[in-house]
Design a protein around this ligand. Structure first.
Ligand SMILES: Cc1cc2nc3c(=O)[nH]c(=O)nc-3n(C[C@H](O)[C@H](O)[C@H](O)COP(=O)(O)O)c2cc1C
Length: 211
């Protein structure tokens, strides 16, 4: 398992050039999305939605909103990881309903959790709340990147786009969503970046053990 994981993570890189002729399978896509859905979040609020685009016309428009990055139009699928913008209004109720259903309880029995989450939300300014929610959406991104690598699916995480323009193309504002990141999925094409040696800080520079 350890070997498989490290091998997959060494194989993966942020793909710049996808082969537009190659699609990933539904099973691969589903497993990648499922790993994002299973991501942990603060209090379990899951303040995100994953919009999966596999429409060439829409991908072409999204490419224009992404500094013309070819991966947006050439990838098999582009997952837009969006964060919720209606956290103050709806997230506590949704969490309590979800948790109560999963645990076979009534939402009224979840008051302690509800008060804690509501208190945290109330203590934040709008900017702080958005930054908190935004940070959560990087967790499913990381999990999807890792799952894709384990499946041998190529992926390109992206922040290089205009959230306003992507939002307008996909009608995100009306759905109380704002794009945080995107993840292009597919098969690598003739990509010179595949041969570039991985650049990483040394283990001892990144990790410090306190015993
Ligand atoms: C949140 C995030 C945003 C990124 N945005 C872009 C992007 O817009 N365009 C791009 O070509 N690469 C983007 N990258 C890829 C990084 O440049 C890349 O992961 C980093 O240089 C390390 O290289 P590696 O992933 O190939 O090992 C992004 C990566 C992350 C995690």
């Amino acid at each position: 398992m350890q070997d498989t994981l490290i091998k997959a993570l060494s194989w993966r890189y942020a793909v710049k050039t996808f082969d537009p002729a190659q699609k990933i399978t539904d099973a691969e896509l589903h497993t990648i999305l499922e790993s994002g859905r299973m991501a942990p979040s603060s209090f379990g609020i899951e303040p995100w939605k994953f919009i999966v685009v596999s429409n060439p016309d829409i991908q072409a428009k999204m490419r224009s909103a992404s500094y013309d990055q070819s991966k947006v139009s050439d990838a098999s699928h582009v997952v837009v990881l969006a964060r919720r913008t209606d956290v103050r209004e709806n997230i506590v109720r949704e969490l309590l309903d979800r948790a109560a259903k999963a645990q076979g309880k009534d939402a009224s029995e979840m008051k302690g959790l509800g008060d804690m989450v509501a208190g945290t939300i109330a203590s934040k300014s709008d900017a702080e709340l958005d930054a908190w929610v935004r940070a959560q959406t990087y967790i499913p991104l990381g999990m999807m990147v890792e799952t894709a690598a384990l499946l041998g699916v190529d992926a390109g995480p992206m922040e290089g786009f205009s959230p306003d323009e992507i939002g307008a193309i996909l009608g995100l504002k009306e759905k109380n969503l704002r794009a945080t990141t995107m993840l292009a999925l597919g098969r690598r094409g003739a990509d010179a970046f595949a041969a570039v040696p991985k650049t990483r800080r040394d283990f001892d520079e990144v990790v410090e053990f306190v015993k």
